[in-house]
Design a protein around this ligand. Structure first.
Ligand code: FAD
Length: 252
């Protein structure tokens, strides 16, 4: 049994690291650990923004920024009044990472590499003595006086528990079991796998495109990125028909 943690954070992605670092900076004495089920942390940050990490967007008005979140517009307005784009830029600047604005407003590290963000997070967690425990898949959570967090082999006891496990139906189920209600998830970022060697030569090309899913009679317009394994695009599909459906073909 691992006792006496001030805070356990479930999930070693961007949200988990950001939470852990901010907490440790305010409470240097607190014993904090991040439990990550994978062999490595920050895997999505690595691939984000085509490997460049689109950290934020140069929109400085809370109301305007919230309009970009069709399902979180109301919920995010309050938090945006406490922590906005300017705070994100300052946060990274103060920790040695400069960001730049591109013509379309997207903001990336000046190095054009998501590794810069990963290094910033990893160096800070090390400096702040935050434990990073990889290959620790949380399988259940119980609450008595303190929280008990279980992996297959171990039990962690903590006063505070933060869940930043991304889109994990298993973790949502655990949260439901603890009395939380979970909003039904709908897809907004799409990857489309294409098994065709010709695509590897096009990898890295980003363009504005109209994407049609004939099977579902859906159409969306926006930025599309070609990767070595297929396509990646974000969509403004506002209905839930996609669900977990297997899409057979798309039209560009
Ligand atoms: C291809 C791609 C490109 C993207 N580009 C951008 C971008 O440029 N800018 C941007 O802002 N966003 C981008 N996104 C969205 C991006 O994924 C999110 O902004 C961000 O990574 C979410 O971070 P998170 O910490 O909430 O979740 P995640 O990064 O998903 O982290 C959750 C972590 O929890 C772990 N976990 C889950 N269940 C358990 C468990 N039971 N026990 C222990 N650990 C568990 C997972 O393994 C994972 O490491 C992109 C997404 C994709 C797929």
């Amino acid at each position: 049994m691992n006792t006496n943690y001030h805070t356990i954070i479930i999930g070693g992605g961007a949200a988990g690291f950001f939470t852990a670092i901010n907490l440790a900076e305010r409470l240097p004495e607190a014993k904090i650990a991040i439990l990550e089920r994978g062999k490595d942390v920050l895997q999505k940050v690595r691939i984000s923004g085509g490997g460049r990490c689109n950290v934020t967007h140069a929109e400085f008005m809370p109301k305007e920024l919230s309009l970009n979140y069709p399902r979180g517009e109301k919920e995010l307005l309050g938090p945006f009044h406490s922590f906005m784009t300017g705070d994100t830029i300052a946060w990274f600047e103060e920790r040695g990472v400069s960001l730049k604005i591109e013509d379309d407003g997207r903001m990336f590290p000046t190095t054009d590499s998501s590794q810069t963000i990963i290094n910033c997070f990893l160096e800070l967690t090390q400096k702040l003595n935050i434990e990073i425990l990889t290959s620790h898949n949380v399988t259940s959570i119980t609450k008595e006086e303190n929280w008990a967090v279980h992996t297959k082999e171990e039990e962690f006891i903590c006063k505070n528990l933060v869940v930043t496990a991304g889109s994990s139906p298993k973790v949502w189920e655990m949260m439901r079991g603890l009395g939380h209600s979970i909003e039904r998830a709908v897809p907004s970022l799409f990857t489309f796998n294409i098994v065709d060697k010709r695509i590897t030569e096009l990898a890295g090309i980003a363009l504005e495109a109209t994407v049609e899913i004939p099977q579902l009679k859906l159409e969306s317009q926006g930025p599309l990125l070609i990767t070595h394994w297929g396509l990646f695009w974000s969509s403004d599909f506002k209905n839930e028909r996609l669900g977990r459906k297997r899409i057979k073909s798309i039209r560009l």
